[in-house]
Write a protein that binds this ligand. Structure first.
Ligand SMILES: NC(=O)c1ccc[n+]([C@@H]2O[C@H](COP(=O)([O-])OP(=O)(O)OC[C@H]3O[C@@H](n4cnc5c(N)ncnc54)[C@H](OP(=O)(O)O)[C@@H]3O)[C@@H](O)[C@H]2O)c1
Length: 260
């Protein structure tokens, strides 16, 4: 039976790897989003019939985001991976952080994630799939831990991911009172993808010996990074194995559970 995935920010980085690896299985349908078709050359080159590419921008209004989803109205989505995110120039103290930086990061990483959830909900809740529980995955960061605060300067980025972690928990709480059994039994998790070699982390990697990276698993070390391929394949394995007991948790790509 077919499992349908909805992946945001799939034109590059970890999101692209999710789309590439998941669409390699012809049993899957993969709806991959990009802010713009012109940036989606790598996705298009995959040339897979089970891969649907749509334009979707988290900075748009909720109404516009809903309109972007009109072309997939016949689909019922089983697994949502809210992967889109930004991290710009966040190696600074809160004293140095500007209001614009806070607003920009909050708009995409926190408010944008809420709008992804709100706009995809009708497709995700449409009908149960006997093959899989409904799953909602928020790609977060160790930088957003509050209880398990990691001593690094993550500034506006950390603030926005901490908000995303709260959002993930609140959604899991909301679903417990759903009238729809498959939503009541759905699984919502926040996932740290590791320290991954992508455009996002590239500016920081040359300095990784001199500042602490958000290492939150015993396997990670200050100097070690993983590739987008490794991150995505580990997270796909994790998603496949998710059970009801994992609902409302914060997990690393390697399966390690964390306190928030
Ligand atoms: N790399 C790491 O070490 C690391 C560590 C912890 C957490 N993460 C998280 O992992 C996720 C993926 O990161 P990555 O490393 O793959 O980053 P990346 O290579 O910079 O890719 C980010 C993706 O998000 C998309 N995006 C940005 N703003 C958007 C918006 N307004 N609307 C829709 N899409 C938007 C980008 O689209 P465009 O190409 O159009 O910009 C791109 O597809 C992020 O949530 C990030 O915070 C990454």
């Amino acid at each position: 039976m077919t499992i349908t995935y909805f992946i945001t920010g799939a034109n590059r980085g970890i999101g692209f790897e999710f789309a590439k690896q998941l669409s390699a299985d012809s049993n899957n349908i993969v709806i991959a989003t990009t802010r713009s078709f012109t940036n989606a050359a790598a996705l298009k080159e995959l040339n897979r019939t089970n891969l649907i590419i749509i334009e979707f921008d988290l900075n748009n209004s909720l109404d516009l985001m809903r309109k972007s989803l009109q072309s997939i109205e016949n689909y019922s989505v089983d697994v949502v991976i809210q992967n889109s995110g930004i991290a710009k120039d966040s190696q600074k103290s809160i004293l140095q952080t500007t209001e614009d930086e806070l607003r920009e990061h909050y708009a995409v990483n926190a408010i944008g994630s809420v709008k992804v959830y709100q706009s995809i909900f009708p497709f995700w809740s449409k009908k149960a799939n006997p093959e899989t529980p409904k799953k909602l995955i928020f790609i977060t960061s160790g930088a957003g831990c509050v209880n398990n605060f990691y001593p690094m300067q993550a500034s506006h980025y950390g603030v926005s991911k901490a908000a995303l972690n709260y959002i993930s928990r609140h959604i899991a709480f909301d679903h417990k009172s759903s009238d729809l059994v498959h939503i009541k039994n759905s699984i919502v998790v926040a996932v740290h993808p590791g320290v991954v070699e992508t455009d996002m982390s590239k500016p920081l990697l040359p300095y990784r010996e001199s500042f602490p990276l958000p290492i939150i698993t015993p396997q990670e070390s200050a100097a070690s990074t993983i590739t987008p391929e490794e991150s995505a394949s580990s997270i796909i394995k994790l998603i496949n194995g998710l059970e009801q007991k994992d609902n409302d948790t914060f997990i690393s790509y390697d399966g390690t559970r964390h306190s928030w």
